[in-house]
Design a protein around this ligand. Structure first.
Ligand code: AMP
Length: 115
């Protein structure tokens, strides 16, 4: 067994973070290092999928649940328009291998999005 991911540890309350929204299978937190005025992470409660490609192949309904929560939580925070970013692989900046979507709204720190 590999170590629990940082997001599993947050979900289990081992690492402090406010869960700003959740559904049965998905939760949302604020990114600790925001790169836009609104920067949330939407994360499945299961750590079974390392990235969005695995998730889309393995459980497309769970991916749809993530997109739905991203949309509703962005709207709750005043942003009906937003970017949804799935960094996929270390070469694309992925650092946590428990699939998650970045929900970004407002002016981006474009520099930080460059590889
Ligand atoms: P990625 O680089 O796409 O894998 O995204 C991982 C994200 O997790 C980064 O944007 C980090 O800032 C964020 N992150 C890491 N640790 C925490 C934490 N304890 N609470 C909230 N966000 C975190």
């Amino acid at each position: 067994m590999s170590e629990p991911s940082i997001f599993t540890r947050i979900l289990e309350g081992e690492i402090p973070s406010e869960i700003v929204a959740e559904t049965e299978n998905v939760f949302a937190i604020r990114d600790i290092a925001p790169r836009a005025p609104l920067h949330l992470l939407v994360i499945p409660k299961t750590a079974a999928y390392r990235n969005v490609v695995e998730l889309a192949a393995g459980d497309p309904a769970l991916l749809a649940e993530m997109v739905g929560l991203a949309s509703s939580v962005a709207a709750e925070q005043g942003s009906t328009d937003f970017r949804l970013v799935f960094n996929t692989g270390p070469g694309a900046g992925q650092t946590v291998f428990h699939v998650h979507a970045h929900v970004l709204a407002g002016e981006l720190d474009e520099e930080s999005l460059r590889a």
